[in-house]
Design a protein around this ligand. Sequence first.
Ligand code: URA
Length: 221
Amino acid sequence: MGAEALAQIAAEIGGCTRCPLHAGRGRTVPGEGNPLSDVLLVGEGPGAREDATGRPFVGPAGQLLDELLRSIGWAREDVFIANVVKCRPPGNRDPEPDEIATCSRYLDRQEEALDPVVIVTLGRHSLRRYLPDARIGQLHGALRRSGGRFIFPMYHPAAALHQSSLRETLFTDMRGLPAALLAAREALEAERVTSVPQRNPEPAPVEPATSADEAEQLPLF
Ligand code: URA
């Protein structure tokens, strides 16, 4: 179901001409990864390698992202990777606010299809989508709530390619991601349990099970 929806969204992105970025693109870069993953990574926009291949984070920043994921025993196939804009801004300039706004319909739908437990924002454009007034220098590496979602802000890997002191920060923040995912899962589970309406205050009598299989299928109430 998630995979089909994601493929459909990718097909629509492939034909998109809603903003000026389409005119200069080579290929659209809808995103890729595990459609069942609880973790969505959101970068800014495609660079030259991404534009040439149609795949996110396959250039120098992507190599660092792969290293970061490997450092916690994950691979890019374990997560889903997307960007706030799906077409390359000319000369790798920052995406304009109206380009981000126009393209957000696709990321909105990708989030809906994946329903991730944690969204890892890579860089400030991605962070601002979820926490508009946030400063990355203050929030990086810590789990935040935004609407119904858990956000884990990180610096953009490309920033560490220009400023080597950020490399260590990125690895330190990444080490916190598995625990942040567990904490988010637990918080969602606690909310789910407390929000289940209690239809039957007195548990109904339960007939003795005749086999282990049947016992597992018995409803709680
Ligand atoms: N930078 C991004 O933000 N996204 C990519 O896909 C590649 C580089």
